[in-house]
Design a protein around this ligand. Structure first.
Ligand SMILES: Nc1ncnc2c1ncn2[C@@H]1O[C@H](COP(=O)(O)OP(=O)(O)OP(=O)(O)O)[C@@H](O)[C@H]1O
Length: 920
């Protein structure tokens, strides 16, 4: 698409309006513009020069006043004013500059244009328009000059130019660049009135050399004959369509290049393109059959030419007179030129006349035609469109970016979650460890405390006991001392009275006293050792108490530590909880973002799908329509060798699109695509069938499409639709599905062969017949279905399609019967079946012998193989002999380019005694 360095397409001042016209509907700007008409007089040819006075000139030009005088005879003449008059000396360059250049410039600005030559046969239309002048540039006609002008004015980086070259011959449109394409339909868009020729080749132009090559091909394919009036008389109308697509807007630089309406319709960031078409038309010459000397087939040609020119004249008359009804539908020529006269194109007409008075009446009617055409006013209209291809690519890029961003964010969240989970687990583990160790420590401390307390208690008890014993001893000592003093007093009293007894008693008492003293001494010793022991015990108690105090302090410290650790842990847990909740809320936000991104992506996908639908629809309705082309010109991209199946998909370039379709199909889903097959809108339906047909060309989709009900929908379309395009593409889709062995039985059981036969009986469109024949040919490759195929009329329909005479259709028929014969011969050789071939019962043998000369070389190979396979079956011997097939078998055994065919034919001839006898 357009790069910023490319200047916006320049604007021309609008011509002044000549007639009021409706306001634009799609944002394009419109102007009224009258058809410009110039007249060109051909120099006298050799015959006219030779006959002198007989061929006196009836034309006189007045170039200054742009007038032409037409002399009827010496006393009567008429004068006509044109936009320009060219004498016989006017150069090709000048004619181009006056007639065509303004139209080409207008086309470069985005308007449609038409340049057309009209005139009697032999007056120089082809010379003016179609002359190539490859070696003499001064000779070049309008076609070459216009293309050279366009190529030099556009940028190949951002713009595209392509051509279609067609001829209208015997009311049939034929492609001059691909002459096998005949009967090309003319499609008119009901809404825009735009005319397109789907199926016509559109070839992108590279350079002038390429232009010469293509125009030469077209020239070689154009119908021309030698008539009395012109040795190289064109027998068809040639139409060169130049398709031009130019980028029209870059957001910043060209806001001035668009009308306000356009801005309202297309947002600033949409890429826009200007699409325009230039039709250069070289009409076949009008002729009087008596003068041109046309005979036989040429009379037929002349009738068609005159008929279409008459209907063009009627349309011009009706337009010139502002008639409410313009009979454009009367001929294909007027349908193709619908936009050129009274439409949206800027149109220039050059009318060519001969100078000779012998052709006064033809010259006069040509001039009147030109005069009337000058009254026609077109409404030229700028057609600005969204460049969906570019937009699609842009959106695809954006979706990719969004998807990768989404994936990146998902990965980020995942890794963050793993990190948080890990952290949480670690914290839980350390908290648990801490709890276990602290509870163990507390337990130990408790135990120690209990042990110390019981030790202190025991010491206190011991101390108490010691104290009691000491008291007891003190009391005993006091009692003894008291006793001693009483004894002393008694002794003193007794001493006075009883001296002897006293001595004895004193001795005894002294003894007792000694004993008591000793006991007292012992008691004292014991008491002092008890005191020592007690002081030791007291010391021990003190120690124990201080140890208890120490332990208590330690326990308190530990408790404090534990409280601190617990607090720290609690705060850690809290902060972790905080982090987790933050992470969770962050996660929720990211999830929300992801959700909205996913929704956005989904929307983008739907939008993209919608846009693609529109692109395809637009492609279909414009003449650079690839989809339609692919449909009508579809070839066998993937055709198996020999008798293999054939997939019906579009030509090169469409495989890439199939890839995109598969991608979208994955995103949109098969049920949604299949649902579109039942759409009310025919365009959508056609597009959906095309998508399904493309998908069905891929092996991996074939079974799924049938499982999801796609086959039912296709068969129902085949049965109910009246539309030829639907028939053609649906048959192609079924042909693709029929490549799959499993699908073949399903297609047959659902009446597929009967429906295909029905379509074949109703149409003459070679492309549709090719699809139908291809589908039946694929079904022929399954021996289990042979009987049903015959009963459902499949074989009859296959042979019946031969009537089209189209090489591609015949190739499919031949492939089908060869498939059938091969499988049948295998089944018979394995002993699973006996008797006459089902193909022979349907008259294949007679058909092959009768048409043997009409087959192309490649088709002939299939036919040869069919002969050989049929000849392997004894049940067919009589039929082969009766139909004269022996001769054909002999020929194949000697001359066939295929070794397998030669061997098969020899084998059949050598092994069958009836054949041997016949040969001898
Ligand atoms: N302006 C001209 N200068 C020189 N030769 C001319 C000129 N116009 C036509 N001729 C010659 O006259 C002959 C007939 O011209 P041409 O084939 O272009 O006619 P035509 O109108 O296309 O005829 P038809 O309708 O039968 O195809 C050709 O030989 C051509 O070279």
């Amino acid at each position: 698409m357009r790069s910023k360095s490319v200047a916006p397409v320049p604007r021309r001042p609008s011509p002044s309006p000549a007639r009021s016209h409706p306001a634009p509907e799609n944002g394009g700007s419109t102007d009224s513009c009258r058809v410009r008409v110039a007249v060109r007089v051909r120099p006298k040819n050799s015959e006219e020069l030779a006959h002198g006075a007989d061929f006196d000139s009836c034309v006189e030009l007045q170039p200054e006043s742009k007038r032409l005088k037409l002399k009827k005879n010496n006393w009567s003449c008429e004068s006509y004013k044109f936009d320009e008059v060219f004498s016989e000396n006017a150069s090709q360059k000048r004619v181009y500059e006056v007639v065509a250049k303004p139209v080409v410039e207008s086309v470069l600005e985005g308007y449609n244009g038409t340049v057309m030559a009209y005139g009697q046969t032999g007056t120089g239309k082809t010379y003016t328009v179609g002359r190539l002048g490859k070696h003499d540039p001064s000779e070049r006609g309008i076609m070459v000059r216009a293309l050279k002008h366009i190529i030099s004015s556009m940028s190949f980086e951002t713009d595209r130019v392509a051509i279609s070259y067609l001829q209208l011959y015997l009311e049939s449109v034929q492609d001059l660049l691909a002459p096998e394409k005949t009967n090309i339909p003319i499609v008119e868009d009901a809404k825009t009135g735009e005319v397109s020729l789907p199926g016509a080749a559109i070839v992108e132009i590279k350079d002038l050399e390429h232009v010469f090559q293509l125009l030469q091909i077209g020239e070689a394919n154009r119908h021309a004959s030698n008539t009395k009036m012109n040795t190289e008389s064109s027998r068809s109308h040639a139409i060169l369509i130049i398709h031009l697509q130019r980028s029209s807007r870059i957001k910043e630089e060209n806001s001035c290049s668009l009308s306000n309406d356009t801005h309202d319709i297309f947002p600033d960031d949409l890429p826009l393109v200007l699409k325009s078409k230039l039709l250069i038309v070289d009409l076949a010459g009008s002729e009087r059959i008596d003068k041109s000397g046309s005979e036989g087939h040429m009379i037929e040609e002349a009738k068609f030419i005159n008929l279409s020119l008459t209907s063009l004249g009627k349309c011009i008359n009706a337009l010139a007179e502002n008639s409410p009804h313009i009979p454009t539908r009367d001929s294909k020529l007027t349908r193709i030129l619908r936009d050129s006269f009274g439409g949206t194109a800027r149109t220039s007409l050059v009318v060519t006349i001969g100078p000779s008075s012998r052709h006064y009446s033809e010259t006069s009617s040509t001039i009147l035609f030109g005069q009337r055409a000058m009254k026609v006013v077109n409404t030229i209209k700028l057609k600005e469109e969204v460049d969906y291809e570019n937009l699609y690519k842009k959106m695809e890029r954006e979706v990719d970016q969004l998807t990768s961003e989404m994936e990146r964010q998902q990965k980020l969240i995942k890794s963050e979650k793993i990190l948080v989970d890990k952290k949480l687990k670690e914290t839980e583990r350390s908290f648990h460890d801490l709890r276990v160790t602290s509870s163990m420590q507390i337990e130990n401390l408790e135990k120690e405390k209990c042990q110390l307390e019981s030790a202190v208690q025991k010491l206190m008890q011991d101390l108490e006991e010691e104290k009691c014993q000491k008291n007891l001893l003190s009391e005993q000592i006091i009692g003894l001392e008291k006793l001693l003093s009483e004894n002393k007093q008694q002794q003193q009293l007794e001493n006075l009275s009883k001296t002897k007894i006293l001595t004895d008693t004193t001795k005894e008492h002294e003894k007792e006293m000694g004993e008591l003293l000793r006991q007292l001494e012992e008691e004292r010793c014991c008491s002092s050792s008890m005191k020592d022991h007690m002081s030791i015990l007291q010391q021990q108690l003190c120690d124990a108490q201080s140890s208890v105090q120490l332990q208590e302090t330690m326990a308190r410290d530990l408790e404090k530590k534990l409280t601190k650790v617990t607090e720290e842990f609690t705060s850690q847990v809290q902060s972790l909880k905080q982090t987790i909740s933050e992470l969770i809320s962050e996660k929720e936000v990211i999830y929300e973002e992801l959700k909205s991104t996913q929704e956005k992506v989904q929307q983008e996908i739907w939008q993209r799908q919608g846009l693609e639908d529109q692109i395809l629809r637009l492609k279909q309705t414009t003449s650079d329509n690839y989809a339609e082309e692919s449909k009508t010109s579809c070839g066998m991209v993937r055709s198996g060798s020999g008798l293999g199946n054939a997939a019906f998909v579009s030509k090169s370039g469409k495989l890439r699109e199939t890839g995109t379709i598969s991608k979208i199909f994955e995103e949109v889903g098969l049920p949604n695509v299949l649902a579109l097959l039942k759409s009310e809108d025919l365009d959508v339906q056609i597009h959906a069938v095309k998508v399904v047909a493309n998908l069905a060309a891929e092996d991996i989709n074939q079974e799924r499409i049938v499982e999801e009900g796609g086959l039912d929908a296709l068969l129902s379309l085949l049965e109910t639709s009246e539309n030829t395009t639907i028939h053609r593409v649906t048959a192609g889709a079924i042909a693709n599905l029929a490549m799959n062995g499993l699908n073949q039985g399903v297609i047959m059981s659902k009446g597929g062969a009967r429906l295909l036969a029905n379509v074949a009986s109703k149409t003459d469109d070679p492309q549709t017949l090719r699809m139908v024949a291809g589908a039946i040919a694929n079904l022929c490759g399954n021996e289990k279905l042979h009987l049903m195929l015959k009963q459902d009329g499949g074989i009859k329909a296959l042979l019946g399609m031969f009537r089209s005479g189209h090489a591609d259709v015949i190739a499919q028929i031949a492939r089908g019967i060869a498939n059938f014969a091969k499988c049948e011969s295998r089944v018979i050789s394995q002993g699973h079946r006996k008797g006459r071939s089902l193909l022979i019962e349907e008259g294949v043998l007679t058909w092959m012998v009768a048409n043997s000369t009409r087959f192309s070389a490649s088709t002939r190979r299939h036919i040869e193989l069919t002969f050989c396979h049929l000849a392997q079956n004894d049940g067919n011997t009589c039929d082969i002999i009766a139909s004269g097939g022996i001769k054909e078998l002999l020929r194949i055994s000697r001359e066939s380019p295929r070794e397998d065919a030669r061997n098969l034919a020899k084998k059949a001839l050598d092994s069958n005694p009836a054949f041997l006898k016949e040969v001898q």
